[in-house]
Design a protein around this ligand. Sequence first.
Ligand code: B12
Length: 441
Amino acid sequence: MADRKVLLIQASQYSRGNTLCKQKKIFVPGLLFPHLAALTPDDWEVETIIEIIEDVPFETDAELIGIAAMGHAIFRAREIARDFKRRGKTVVFGGYMAAMAPDFLAGCADSIIYGDAEKAWPMLLEDYKQGNLKKEYRVAVDDLDNLPVPRYELLKEKRTGFMMPVQAGRGCQHRCSFCSIACIYEGRYMSRPVDEVVRDIEKIKSLGYRGFYLVDDNLIGNGNYLKELVDRIKPLKMMWASQCSLNLARSPGLLEEVARSGCRILSFGLESNSQEGLDKLNKGWVNVGDHEKLLARVNRAGIMATAEFILGTDGDTAESIRELYRFVMRTKIAIARFYILTPIPGTDLYHQFKAEGRLLHENYQFYTSTHCVFKPNRMSPEELDASYQWVIDRIYSLPSIIRRTIFNRNFLKHPLLYLYALLVNLDYRKLVRAGEAPNVH
Ligand code: B12
């Protein structure tokens, strides 16, 4: 019987125009809340709020408030925390930003969980009950074995899309200097037991979902594991999506197996076509000369390749960014997202730029990946801002969207997929036309 209540909130973020981002639906909900709820002892009732689609109930009867924030959503998170503190609640934080920039939360957090919460969260709840809450919890896990089935029912009640999240791995063996994952996991990569991943997918299926999103920071981190996993996913006849390094396409056999198991969308962090730029970001383990060939292989296998790009690497100029745009159009990447390189506090890139005197300021409100906050190597900050705007204006123009989706040569093979890409692009287009950044979805 629950005699206590905790309210978990995923803070939304402020837009470029400084309004709070709100959406009708969240297509890719995170796993955090169903997972934390499953780790919560039975004497606690758990209520969850994803602020981008729901309002925060400030009048709640919950005694403990847990707040999560991705990237610059930390600003909104801080405001929410202050409000609850004024109301006499105990407020705790977890997640990447809280661990990377804890000073930022001074005065708003009664406690912070650094990194993994599988052991720390039950400990924190018990300490709280005993009146012995610690300021911080740092209890990394050694593996991801024996995790409980996430409480997916909590997400099912909300306005979400047709895919639910399932975690396969955590961390990444690479240490790209701009990446938050590298900052927290420092080259560690852990995979969950295949049986338990399959168990969670079956749970999702039993709730009536036809698709899942595999949360894994580098799915090709362990090829043998991936092979075993997709062999087990295939008979479930589910559609799935994930993110991965393009190196997957260097193993054509494995790529085929991934496609046959129902994988339909893979997002690749290509970042840049400048090898020099990537080398400087400690991502020299990719070969940009192969991008086009490898993307074509992925699409041929029946998986829609989508991509994320960073503008402003040390190899970039206004002209190379225009060339990147032409590359996206030539390869007809159906969904392409662009971010201005951002030295997030705590990352190696942040320390490097700070040491080199390249940070323009430390007003993190502008560290949104839509403003240049550092001195680029081969262009001015103004040129980089203008190049970003140039790219997003063109990429989300109607001719570009139509060419990359409906006129994509793969459209007839997978019309529903490319119609989905069309809708995502139209959504981004709407944001860009309203002067906003097309990054939240
Ligand atoms: C799914 C996802 C999304 C989804 C849905 C998010 C949602 N609102 O539910 C979408 C696509 C909408 C999204 C958007 C964004 N995302 Co996102 N997203 C992810 C992704 C791929 C998976 C998250 C997940 O389910 N993880 C599984 C859970 C179980 O693990 P976890 O979140 O790490 O949490 C563990 C611990 O950190 C801890 N913990 C975390 N938070 C809290 C909070 C409390 C109170 C407690 C007790 C514990 C705790 O407990 C967990 C168990 O150990 C991650 C990558 C990743 N590996 O996590 C990026 C990631 C979290 N996103 C990130 C970013 C930057 C964003 C955006 C800001 C991007 C943008 N520029 O617009 C937006 C923010 C939108 C918003 N404010 O709502 C970054 C965050 C980096 C950072 N420094 O904060 C990540 C890490 C990606 C990356 N490689 O950089 N995202």
